[in-house]
Design a protein around this ligand. Structure first.
Ligand code: SF4
Ligand code: SF4
Length: 412
C-alpha cells in the first residue's frame, strides 16, 4: 500500500522551491526545526490545529492555524511532527497539498547536545529517539504498535476538576485499580510489536501507594520503552521512594495548575536533587469533553466525530481492558455507557484470537459504539463539524468541594 506520508530526504528539502512547514507543535517539533537549520533546510513556519497555539512564536518561527494554511501558502512542503502521520497527511491532502513527509532522517541527524530546548535535555533525547522508532514502525505495515499506553492505576485524584476528561468527577467511591496491572501489560506487550511509552496516570497516580512499585515493575520489564508519570504537582514523594527510580528511563510529566498544584516547587526541587527527568507544562486551556450523554448521532455524524477526534489513539488500560481513549475507558468503568464488547479488548479473556482483536482495535479507522456518548474531542472546537461540548475552557476549574460528584445515568 502506498503511504500518504513519504520519507523526507534532506537534500530534496534543501532544494525545494516551496516553503517548508512543520506540522504540529509537539515537543519534538523543536528538534526538527533545529535539525533543519543545522542542515540548511529553510523552515518558514509551524502549523497547528489548535488556534490558541498560533498566538506566539515557537522556536523563533510563526505558528499558523492549520485551516488558514491555503490562504497563506497555496504550495508548501510539510514535515509531520505528530505521531498520527496518516491523520495529519489526510488533512493536508484534503486541503490540496501533495508533499507530505516524515522527518525521520532529519531526526536521525540531530544531535540533542548541540542545542538547548524548552524541555530538559534528557527528556528531549528520549522524545527524539521515540519519534524515530515510531516513524520506522509507521513504514512497516506488518507491525502493530502503540505510541503510548495510559496505565490508569487509580480513580482517585487530589483535585476535583469539574471538566476532567478522564471523568474522575463522576466516581462516587474512587479506588485504586486492580492488582493485576503488570500482568495486563505483559499480555498486551506479548500481543503487539512495540509500545513506545508507558504512561502512569490517574486521577493522580501518586495517590496509589503502589505507584513506585508499579513504575519500577514496568521499567524492569520494558527497559526499551519510556515511562512517564503524569502528575498534577500536589504531591511530592519521599526521597527514599524517588531514589528507587534513579538510572531508569522514567520521566515525570507535571501539569502546572498554578496555586492548585500546591507542591509543585517542592516536587521540582526533589526531582532535580535526584536527577530525575521531568517536563513541566502549564495546564492552560482544555477542550471540554467531560459530559457523558447519549447523542443519538447518525453513522455519518459518528464517523465525523471520530475523524475529528484528537484522542482516538490515546490507548488506555483500565482494570485489564484495553480501550482507545480515556473517555471510553472511564465511561465503561463507571458503567455510564452500556457494556459493548466492540468498545474494548478484555486482556484477561481466554480468547485465542486476542492478538487479532488487539490489532483491530489499535488500527481502528471507524468510530466505537461508545463514541455516541461523548461530546467529541476535536483539536479545535471552533472549526469542528461534530462537537457538542462547551468548547475551550480554562483548565482546572474545581467542583464546589472535594466530595462533590456529577450524577449520571448508570447502565448496570
Ligand atoms: S487533576 Fe483534574 S484533570 Fe487531572 S486527573 Fe485530577 S481531576 Fe482529572
Ligand atoms: S470521540 Fe470516541 S474516540 Fe474520541 S474521545 Fe470521544 S469516545 Fe473517545
Amino acid at each position: 500500500m502506498d503511504r500518504i506520508v513519504k520519507i523526507a530526504e534532506i537534500g530534496t528539502l534543501k532544494k525545494t522551491r516551496n516553503p517548508v512547514i512543520i506540522y504540529s507543535l509537539t515537543e519534538e517539533s523543536e528538534a526538527i526545526a533545529n535539525s533543519c537549520r543545522d542542515h540548511g533546510v529553510n523552515v518558514v513556519a509551524f502549523c497547528d490545529n489548535e488556534i490558541r497555539k498560533s498566538k506566539n512564536l515557537y522556536a523563533g518561527l510563526e505558528v499558523i492555524h492549520t485551516p488558514e494554511l491555503p490562504k497563506r501558502f497555496p504550495e508548501a512542503d510539510f514535515l509531520i511532527a505528530h505521531h498520527a502521520l496518516d491523520d495529519c497527511g489526510e488533512q493536508l491532502i484534503d486541503m490540496g497539498y501533495k508533499n507530505i513527509y516524515s522527518p525521520i532522517n532529519i531526526l536521525k541527524e540531530y544531535n540533542v547536545n548541540n542545542h538547548t530546548h524548552r524541555t530538559t535535555q534528557s527528556y528531549m533525547k528520549a522524545k527524539v529517539d521515540h519519534s524515530i522508532k515510531l516513524h520506522e514502525l509507521y513504514f512497516d505495515e506488518t507491525k502493530t504498535y502503540l505510541r503510548s499506553i495510559d496505565i490508569q492505576i487509580t480513580e482517585k485524584c487530589s483535585m476535583n476538576c469539574e471538566s476532567c476528561c478522564n471523568l474522575m468527577q463522576y466516581y462516587e467511591r474512587a479506588k485504586n485499580t486492580d492488582e493485576e496491572i503488570l500482568r495486563a501489560t505483559e499480555i498486551l506487550s506479548n500481543n503487539v510489536d512495540y509500545i513506545a511509552e508507558y504512561r502512569i496516570i490517574g486521577g493522580e497516580p501518586l495517590m496509589n501507594k503502589q505507584w513506585a512499585q508499579i513504575t519500577n515493575g514496568l521499567a524492569e520489564r520494558y527497559p526499551g520503552s519510556i515511562i512517564y508519570i503524569y502528575t498534577n504537582g500536589t504531591i511530592c514523594p519521599k526521597d527514599e521512594v524517588l531514589e528507587t527510580l534513579k538510572g531508569k528511563n522514567i520521566h515525570f510529566y507535571i501539569t502546572d495548575y498554578d496555586e492548585l498544584s500546591r507542591n509543585i516547587e517542592k516536587l521540582v526541587q526533589s526531582l532535580k536533587k535526584h536527577k530525575l527527568a521531568f517536563y513541566r507544562k502549564s495546564a492552560g486551556n482544555w477542550v471540554d469533553c467531560s459530559q457523558v450523554k447519549k447523542q443519538n448521532r447518525s453513522v455519518a455524524r459518528l464517523k465525523q466525530v471520530f475523524k475529528e477526534c484528537c484522542a482516538k489513539r490515546l490507548y488506555s488500560l483500565l482494570n485489564g481492558k484495553l480501550y482507545t481513549c480515556p473517555f471510553l475507558a472511564n465511561a465503561a468503568n463507571l458503567k455510564s455507557i452500556p457494556d459493548n464488547k466492540a468498545d474494548y479488548v478484555d486482556l484477561f479473556s481466554d480468547d485465542k484470537n486476542l492478538k487479532n482483536k488487539i490489532k483491530r482495535l489499535v488500527k481502528m479507522e471507524n468510530f466505537f459504539p461508545g463514541c455516541d456518548f461523548c461530546s467529541g474531542r476535536p483539536h479545535d472546537p471552533s472549526a469542528a463539524l461534530e462537537y457538542s461540548g462547551k468548547g475551550l475552557i480554562k483548565a482546572g476549574k474545581q467542583m464546589p468541594s472535594m466530595s462533590s460528584r456529577i450524577p449520571f445515568k448508570s447502565y448496570n
